[in-house]
Ligand binder design. Structure first.
Ligand code: ADP
Ligand code: MG
Length: 621
């Protein structure tokens, strides 16, 4: 460890991370090389952008150089990119800014193989400590004369000092390899690793055994997006996708084309197979790099709408002025036009995938369905196209998905609307008594179990002119549809007269008082005595609970619907006639609690519920 300079302490998270990295045995140690090369490439991208947007900055050919020393067992990675000042070294190589990353580190353990995840959490630099306890970084910021040396042995502290007699441009990272990583001082092994993980890096990577010569260039360094499709292998796409997305799954689908028209640009986009860890981050941004003639000008645009943020890729357009400031980039005409075209292209690709490859689309839907649903209420213009993508389980299918088109195709004669229920899970939804009337008529019910379903379905959706209706709101239309299944229980021969029924409903309304907003008849109930429904123009439960949490809006009272033909109701009506006030009171409360439970809720008041149940059981003989 160098003497002089300042000894500084790593933050607690960095410390924990280093503890784990230096003490674990990882199977794929080579990730450190991929991460450091990716940082070197980022540094070159940044300097290239500066040199183009600021006319007073001139630069040499940007490149990355790797030097291995098999006798000293060291490897160094250097670049002539943007470099770091002393402050930047402290900021970037001593702390961790992102809160998501902090949580990741807190949950990390020595036994997991964290190596594949390191890059996506913005802690790639520290991967050097997977292969070493002794790392030094020499760096000079492009617009300064001062060179600084950062060094650490991977324990609690690091040292930063100014070096007077050194002249470098950019950054040089030198790693003294630990015993179990001596392989990375071998030229051939390093060359193979770079070929495998970093061939797509956009700057030449040279490899040599001496710092005084460049050695040979070992990567292709071509902008893969500008090449004709036929010249690119699956593996090359795969590697490029991994590089961009920081995820290590296979792309599920690749969109690669040259747009020709008013503006010309290359587009290379990837649809992932699995969810990236940050899919539900507040930022809701896609990993998209915007190039102008192979110069990276921004990796933080809003070209991809938030509900397609799982996409990663590259757009390279020669028609955007290179000097456009990042602030006004979003309003640039060319960018706006690209934005629109790209969105259409992604959605049409997804629609095509849904038609051509159902299995693949199901994988896509499992991972990204909830995100696509955000688009239905965020992007009015695309709503109909997005509705075509929607997949769901229904009362007709346990496994596999259905689409709205399929639903419409299988509608029953006289069926007016598309019916759905929102629920926490498929089986509870199916057990909800509200479904009885539908099931008896073999009318398909869409079962929606994502929290987001309560949002998009609340926006008055129509598909091919058919309204999407919550099962609570469709019971009246059901009477026009023929019953196909007989009720499981035989209907009681006795019947309540209309006037008795009216009285009974009035009595239940009185007894249940403030606990319900309404008690009413539901003639389509079959096996259940009662059920809960939601009133007209009232949000579903999930939505109501969210609004309650966020805005303090109180929940609306449930509507209790009763089955006029059910034995229990007939008994209740008799109790009423015989003035058994206490029994009516207990039964009405038990019925309300029963209905709440069948709707996935808790009884109104657990203590009373318990008492009422005991009362009831006490009556058995
Ligand atoms: P990330 O690359 O995701 O930001 P890293 O841990 O890999 O996270 O790097 C942290 C930061 O350190 C980078 O964002 C960059 O600012 C700085 N850095 C790392 N390597 C270099 C380099 N070779 N040249 C200039 N800056 C670098
Ligand atoms: Mg990095």
């Amino acid at each position: 460890m160098s003497k002089g300079g300042n000894n500084m302490e790593f933050t607690a998270e960095v410390n924990r991370l280093l503890q784990i990295l230096t003490h674990s045995i990882y199977s794929n140690k080579e990730v450190f090389l991929r991460e450091l090369i990716s940082n070197a490439s980022d540094a070159c991208d940044k300097l290239r952008y500066i040199s183009i947007s600021q006319s007073d900055v001139t630069i040499d050919e940007l490149k990355i150089k790797i030097t291995v020393d098999s006798s000293k067992k060291t490897i160094s990675i250097s670049d002539n990119g943007i470099g770091m000042s002393r402050e930047e070294m402290i900021e970037n190589l001593g702390t961790i800014a992102r809160s998501g990353t902090k949580t990741f580190i807190e949950n990390m353990s020595k036994d997991d193989d964290a190596t594949s995840q390191i890059g996506q959490f913005g802690i790639g630099f520290y991967s050097a400590f997977i292969v070493s306890k002794d790392v030094t970084v020499l760096s000079k910021k492009f617009d300064s004369e001062e060179v600084h040396l950062w060094s650490s042995d991977g324990t609690g502290t690091y040292n930063v000092q100014q070096i007077k007699d050194k002249n470098i441009s950019g950054t040089e990272i030198t790693i003294k390899l630990a015993k179990d990583a001596h392989d990375f001082a071998d030229k051939q092994i390093v060359q193979d690793t770079i070929k495998k993980y970093s061939d797509n890096i956009n700057f030449p990577i040279y490899l040599s055994e001496s710092s005084s010569i460049d050695g040979e260039q070992i990567n292709t360094a071509g902008a893969i997006w500008a090449k004709p499709k036929a010249e690119i292998t699956e593996d090359q796409y795969h590697e490029h996708y991994n590089l961009l997305s920081r995820n290590f799954d296979q792309p599920l689908s690749t969109i690669h084309y040259k747009a020709e028209g008013r503006f010309e640009y290359d587009v290379l986009l990837y649809i992932p197979t699995t969810r990236p860890f940050d899919l539900f981050d507040q930022q809701r941004k896609a990993k998209l790099k915007l190039y102008v003639k192979k110069v990276l000008i921004s990796d933080d645009t809003d070209i991809i709408p938030p509900y397609l943020r799982f996409i990663s890729g590259v757009i390279d357009c020669a028609d955007i002025p290179l000097t456009v400031s990042r602030e006004i980039l979003q309003e640039n005409n060319v960018v706006l036009s690209i934005k629109k075209a790209i969105k259409n292209r992604i959605i049409s690709t997804l629609n095509k995938l849904a038609k051509d490859d159902k299995d693949k689309f199901d994988i896509f839907w499992e991972a990204f369905g909830p995100v696509i649903k955000e688009g239905i209420y965020e992007d009015y213009e695309k709503k109909d196209d997005l509705l075509k993508l929607i997949r769901f389980k229904s009362s007709n299918t346990k496994d596999g998905y259905r689409s709205l088109e399929e639903y419409i195709g299988d509608m029953k004669p006289n069926q007016k609307s598309i019916y759905f229920i929102t629920s926490e899970d498929y089986h509870s939804a199916l057990a909800n008594p509200l479904l009885e009337g539908y099931l008896a008529r073999d009318v398909e019910i869409i079962i929606l179990t994502d929290p987001i379903d309560s949002f998009w379905t609340a926006t008055g959706i129509k598909f091919e002119d058919k309204e999407l209706k919550h099962v609570s709101h469709g019971t009246e239309e059901l009477t026009d549809i023929a019953v196909t299944k007989k009720a499981k229980k035989k209907k009681s021969k006795a019947k309540i007269t209309d006037s008795d029924l009216k009285k009974l409903i009035a009595e239940m309304t009185r007894v249940l008082g403030d606990h319900v907003s309404e008690v009413k008849i539901n003639p389509s109930l079959i096996d259940s005595p009662v059920c809960i429904s939601i009133g007209e123009n009232v949000y579903d439960k999930t939505m109501q609970k969210i609004l309650q949490q966020r805005q303090g809006i109180s929940l609306s009272k449930p509507v209790l619907e009763v089955n006029p033909n059910h034995d229990v109701m007939i008994k209740l009506s008799d109790m009423f006639k015989n003035k058994q006030t206490k029994n009516i009171n207990t039964t009405a409360h038990i019925l309300l609690d029963y209905a709440l439970i069948m709707d996935g809720e808790k009884p109104l008041n657990i203590e009373e519920f318990g008492k009422n149940m005991q009362d009831l059981i006490g009556k058995f003989n």
